[in-house]
Write a protein of this length. Structure first.
Length: 102
């Protein structure tokens, strides 16, 4: 199977899953528990993508000061908590990563 076909199919499936929630809004009454946890889904998904890259960049747990990704991630967390700005969080994280790698 071609990689392009796989990518197109994955994109279509993702689109249809997201569209189903948009199309169902107003027609289906979601349970209150579902609505209460729904705002946490993006944070949980992003955390699931980022944390393994910070803690296991080479496939094994790497908790050391020479792990530049971990240090940049920690700096980004501090910047995000302090400034509440996505722009400054990205800029600060990339600057720390660049400095730590050089």
């Amino acid at each position: 199977m071609s990689i392009w076909l796989v990518m197109a199919l994955c994109g279509a499936v993702t689109f249809l899953i997201r569209l189903s929630f948009i199309a169902a809004e107003g027609r289906i009454a979601f349970p209150s528990g579902f609505r209460r946890v729904l705002p946490f889904v993006p944070v949980a998904a992003l955390t699931a993508l980022v944390i393994p890259e910070l803690l296991m960049p080479q496939g094994t747990l790497w908790l050391a000061w020479d792990n530049a990704r971990l240090i940049a991630g920690l700096a980004a967390i501090v910047i995000a908590a302090t400034t509440r700005s996505v722009l400054w969080t990205l800029v600060g994280g990339f600057v720390v990563l660049g400095v730590w790698l050089s």
